[in-house]
Design a protein around this ligand. Structure first.
Ligand code: ARG
Length: 590
């Protein structure tokens, strides 16, 4: 690790004092205080240490405090209650910490120790070919993109994979419906084995129209369903016309998906899909059959994963269904094998709806039993549901599932209305105003999602998401644009001036900047991007207070002015970095 956060340095110093008292240095761990009105930092180690050594905690606390008195990092050490240490850092130490953060391109972010870094694949797409991308996939994309950026910041070697749903029953359903509507297409004639026309017979809009019809017919009509199932199996077994048609479905869908995701600022390193691993399923199943892990059960080939102690009954993992087709279990199993074999994955993280937790539990157990990867290397980073204002999973007014595109349009038009209402954007061209509205809308949508603890449900409320006050995406965009404009107006960013702290509002801002390290670490360790949202919001607020309390561009003292400008620059950079990790697009002006 290259940077040592203020908290690390404090823990080091206090740890030494504990060690000098004959205690383990780890008792000296310092944390941000829960009573910042008393002191910004605290250490509660004296209580635990004294208990372990059967000593008096106050006496131990006093001894540690005495040793810390002369430390240049600490302005004040106070013993409180049964043995808490309240710690106040010197202004010199704060200035140094701020200068270091200002000089760091990562703004003092935490990173993993070099030897702990891993090759990680994050699976955060999961859209299904032919079905429109819907709100169920929205959270995966938003949270997954933030996780990918966070993991890269921490030093892991990360690949994001979209893992397209391109191999299930919906493909057979589409083939069936298209055959009903256009039986003369060359793909349906079993005698014709190609070559086929290179032009796609369908557009993505055609697919969006065909799928609901096919899916409804499958539910209502048993013969139709049997046909769709047979088509799926024939496709999976390689019938040439179906494969050619399938390729067109995938191609037109991918092009549309790429556009939708780009609009959200979401991208993938790998555009793999369930179909990519179909050649692995057979050999993998065979190998595991030899090992005795895969067994026959009611005509299917399965892996039993349930255990006595399970509270919920887990299903056997289906490698091959009794009708010969393969499904969600088998593609996920083979994908794990591929990720390890081909990409050297040491950890695989699935950013997928909480409602799929049982599926992943089943697959993870089977993969570990099969020796594909360790159980502790597979993570389902689930998330709650996005609900409408009625508290039920978000639906359109017609009751259908909303398309991602419509959702983005809703927040963007809300943003346009807000911008038109206020003075904001008055001097911009129509074109620039539209671009600002787009960024504000996307930031509102993404922050509205990310600022909730990942596992909680939340309410999609475009009006609330798009307000410029309070903890919202637009507020943070506005904050960063405003901070940058302070620098632009002053015509200087403080250069390499040392940051010198004298005012309370400066201390508070520096403490906030120094807390970025823990926010990044916490967000990473817990896989909880909202901790980064919390930090960005507190930082923006601390900046506002500093801005109200201190002269900056018009400060007469030349050194003070340079110091403050550099502090402003550090805040602008850190806020920019944090918002970029979260994936929010930042306009140049607002
Ligand atoms: N296509 C799936 C769905 O729409 C999500 C896939 C998630 N990723 C995975 N490896 N299973 O429900």
């Amino acid at each position: 690790m290259t940077t040592h956060s203020l908290l690390d340095r404090l823990s080091g110093v206090v740890g030494e004092a504990f060690a000098a008292e004959g205690m383990d240095a780890s008792y000296g761990r310092v944390q941000r205080s829960d009573r910042p009105d008393l002191a910004p930092f605290q250490c509660n180690g004296a209580l635990a240490a004294a208990k372990a050594q059967k000593q008096n905690p106050r006496a131990l606390g006093e001894a540690v405090a005495k040793r810390l008195e002369a430390d240049p990092l600490l302005a004040k050490v106070e013993l409180a209650g049964p043995g808490f240490l309240n710690l106040t850092v010197t202004d010199e130490a704060l200035g140094q910490a701020a200068t270091k953060i200002a000089a760091d391109p990562q703004s003092g972010a935490w990173a993993r120790a070099e030897d702990a870094r891993e090759k990680v694949i994050i699976d955060y797409g999961g859209p299904n070919v032919a079905k429109p991308l819907h709100v169920g996939h929205l959270r995966a994309a938003i949270i997954g993109e933030a996780m990918k950026r966070l993991f890269r910041l921490a030093g892991d070697d990360v690949l994001g994979d979209i893992h397209l749903g391109d191999w299930g029953l919906q493909m057979g359903q589409l083939i069936t419906q298209l055959e009903i509507e256009q039986p003369d297409l060359p793909y349906f004639d079993e005698g014709n084995t190609g070559p086929y026309p290179s032009e796609s017979p369908v557009t993505v809009d055609d697919l969006a129209r065909l799928y609901p019809i096919a899916s409804a017919a499958s539910k209502e009509d048993e013969a139709y369903r049997a046909k769709a199932q047979a088509a799926t199996t024939a496709l999976q077994q390689g019938r040439p016309g179906y494969r050619a048609l399938w390729q067109h479905f995938v191609d037109v869908s991918k092009a549309a998906l790429e556009r939708d995701y780009a609009e959200l600022g979401v991208s993938f390193d790998l555009w793999k899909g369930e179909a990519d691993v179909q050649d692995r399923i057979g050999p993998l199943t065979e190998r595991l059959e030899k090992d005795g892990l895969v067994v026959e059960s009611e005509g299917a080939k399965v892996i039993f994963v349930a255990e006595e102690s399970d509270k919920k009954k887990l299903n056997p993992v289906m490698m091959v269904k009794s009708n010969g087709s393969v499904g969600y279990h088998s593609t996920d199993m083979a994908t794990i094998e591929e990720r390890v074999d081909e990409f050297g994955a040491e950890r695989i993280i699935y950013v997928v709806d909480n409602r799929q937790s049982q599926h992943f539990e089943e697959v993870f157990r089977a993969a570990a039993k099969a020796g594909l990867i360790g159980l502790d290397r597979l993570e389902h980073t689930g998330f709650g549901t996005m609900n409408g204002t009625d508290g039920k999973p978000f639906k359109t007014r017609e009751g259908g599932v909303l398309r991602l595109r419509d959702l983005i349009d809703m927040v963007v038009s809300e943003a346009e209305a807000r911008i038109a209402e206020g003075e904001m954007g008055a001097e911009f061209s129509d074109e620039e105003r539209a671009e600002i509205a787009r960024k504000v809308g996307v930031a509102a949508l993404k922050f509205g999602d990310l600022s909730n603890p990942r596992t909680s449900d939340y309410i999609f409320d475009p009006k609330r998401f798009v307000t410029f006050e309070g903890k919202t995406g637009p507020y943070l965009l506005y904050a960063v644009v405003r901070i940058r404009s302070v620098l632009a107006r002053a015509d200087s960013d403080g250069g390499t001036a040392d940051i010198v702290v004298t005012e309370q509002a400066e201390r508070d801002l520096v403490l906030e900047l120094a807390a970025y390290s823990e926010a990044v670490e916490g967000a990473y360790q817990k896989r909880m991007p909202h901790l980064l949202c919390d930090h960005a919001f507190s930082l923006a607020q601390a900046f506002s207070r500093f801005y109200a309390a201190c002269r900056i561009g018009d400060e007469a003292d030349v050194e003070k002015r340079a110091s403050r400008l550099r502090l402003v620059r550090a805040a602008a950079d850190q806020l920019t970095n944090a918002l970029t990790i979260l994936g929010l697009p930042i306009p140049d002006r607002m």
